[in-house]
Design a protein around this ligand. Structure first.
Ligand code: ADP
Length: 500
């Protein structure tokens, strides 16, 4: 409002000054011509209001030149003019030309001034309101610092100007920054981006994200630096890292205790499983010993009994050995060898390995393997163990079935992350829901005593989990069973990274 009033007053004042000068010119003209009969000096008086009008109103100001020219011509028409009409016309033309030139020049100057004002306002907006601390330095001395940088370093921007940049960079970070600056010089880089710590005036250390670029400042080369205060962000990140480390340690502990619990359970299972063959061995050995002691074995009729007992002992020892070896498979975790493998090839080999048994059991084996299946990262031997187990289970489940068909299928499964899927489906006796729940439990078996250890599927599950895969079983009594293994593609983080 105040500005508006002042502006209006200035306009009126200017108009008044020009009008007064123009009147003075006209009045002086009359006096000089009528009284002194000359217009030599007087003409030049016209240029004062003409120039002022041009300066203040631009080309519009040439109207004043026109008006004064009109006065000259009126004088001429009234016969008051001292010069002839031609020279007065030339004079009027000059008035207008001068008015236009001064107006044009003043408009240009005013446009330049406005552009400068706008540019200064922009500069102020960008530097003062910027969220980044901004600094310009040359020869390691600060030439300019904005308000934000002052606030970041706990002082006024003016206090920073003239100081060395090394006064603010936290000492432990100085070698790193010196290296980077030297590299910029050596490799001719223009921009640098790094994180480094700064020292505030109050002694606190802040973390900054810093971008610096070579620039020109006041006509000479300099370095322009933008800094963001990331202290809080770093602290949150640090906290998050600590929390995730804590979570990881807790998870490790959990895994460890779970494994201990599993081992405890397993030990109980093993003791139970081994008890049977050991009892058998003891009984058969006692029998044989008794026969030999009593001489019963000497008679040709009883000799085969001792042999039978010894054979039964051997069988029980084999069984115990099998249980122990499977247990070792279940617990051995350190010898895994991961490599890129072709699942179709591993499956084909497993099927070929079991072909004689399948043929003997009258099982029709069908392979439906997807061509161009991507390789997976896996332990070939262990995966073979999984497939052999699934195939053997399927064969055993079909022993009493009329139709004995075993289908092995592979495909690339794109549902929920890319994985290679392997399906082993049979037309065997299937399983009821209560069995489905316990399939993967160690030592769970529905097979006749001595035929199954109940460890096959739990070992398979451990192996598949080690591959970050899944294993799924679907089945119903009398309707066969379908086991699907999914192994993720190598794009996923390598399982070996997580081994302990
Ligand atoms: P085992 O074969 O020694 O019994 P597994 O862990 O391999 O041990 O299998 C556990 C149980 O899962 C089997 O006893 C059986 O009841 C069930 N099972 C596994 N595969 C099949 C299948 N293809 N069809 C029906 N039941 C199955």
């Amino acid at each position: 409002m105040l500005n508006g009033d002042r502006f209006r007053r200035r306009k009126v004042l200017r108009a008044g000054v020009v009008a007064l000068l123009a009147l003075a010119y006209a009045g002086a003209g009359l006096y000089l011509r009528l009284v002194l009969h000359t217009d030599q000096v007087y003409t030049h008086l016209a240029y004062v209001p003409i120039v002022l009008a041009g300066m203040w109103w631009g080309r519009k100001g040439s109207v004043v030149a026109g008006l004064l020219g009109l006065v000259v011509l009126v004088h001429d028409l009234l016969g008051l003019g001292a010069a002839d009409l031609a020279s007065d016309l030339a004079r009027v033309t000059l008035f207008i030309v001068v008015g236009l030139c001064v107006g044009w020049l003043s408009e240009r100057v005013r446009r330049g001034e406005r552009a400068l004002r706008i540019s200064e306002a922009k500069h102020r907006l960008l530097t003062e309101k910027s969220l980044a601390g901004i600094c310009v330095y040359r020869n390691e001395r600060v030439l300019f610092a904005n308000e934000r940088l002052g606030a970041m370093l706990g002082c006024a921007p003016a206090d920073l100007v003239g100081r060395s940049i090394w006064d603010f960079i936290h000492e432990p970070d100085q070698p790193k920054v010196r290296d980077l600056l030297a590299r910029r010089e050596a490799e001719g880089l223009t921009d640098l981006h790094y994180e480094c710590r700064f020292l505030r005036r109050d002694g606190r250390v802040i973390w900054t994200d810093l971008a610096s670029a070579l620039a020109e400042y006041e006509g000479a080369p300099a370095v322009l630096v933008h800094l963001y205060d990331i202290t809080e962000m770093r602290a949150t990140e640090e906290q998050r890292r600590e929390l995730s480390e804590l979570a990881r340690r807790q998870e490790e502990q959990l895994v460890h205790s779970t494994r201990l619990a599993e081992l405890g359970e397993m030990a109980a299972g093993v003791a139970h499983e081994l008890n049977q063959p050991l009892t058998g061995i003891r009984n058969f050995a006692r029998n044989a010993l008794y026969m030999l002691q009593t001489g019963a074995a000497d008679s040709s009729r009883d000799a085969p009994d001792v042999q039978d007992n010894l054979r039964l002992i051997t069988e029980q020892v084999d069984r115990a050995a099998r249980i122990i070896s499977q247990m070792r498979e279940l617990t051995r975790r350190s010898e895994r060898q991961f490599a890129l493998i072709d699942i179709n090839a591993v499956l084909t080999e497993s099927v070929e390995f079991l072909t004689p048994q399948m043929r003997l059991a009258g099982v029709d084996v069908r392979l439906d393997l997807a061509p161009d299946l991507p390789e997976v990262m896996g332990d070939r031997i262990r995966l073979e163990q999984v497939f052999l187990n699934l195939l053997t289970n399927a064969r055993q489940a079909m022993e009493e079935s009329r139709e004995r068909r075993l289908t092995v299928r592979t495909w690339l499964d794109r549902s929920g992350g890319q994985a290679v899927a392997i399906e082993v489906a049979d037309t065997g006796n299937g399983f009821p829901p209560e069995v489905a729940e316990r399939l993967f439990t160690p030592f769970f078996s529905t097979k006749k005593p001595g035929h199954g250890t109940g460890l096959g599927l739990s070992i398979s599950l451990t192996i598949v989990k080690d591959h970050r895969g899944t294993i799924q079983a679907v089945g119903a009594p009398g309707a066969g069973a379908r086991f699907t293994v999914r192994l993720p593609l190598p794009a996923e983080p390598h399982p070996a990274d997580e081994w302990d």
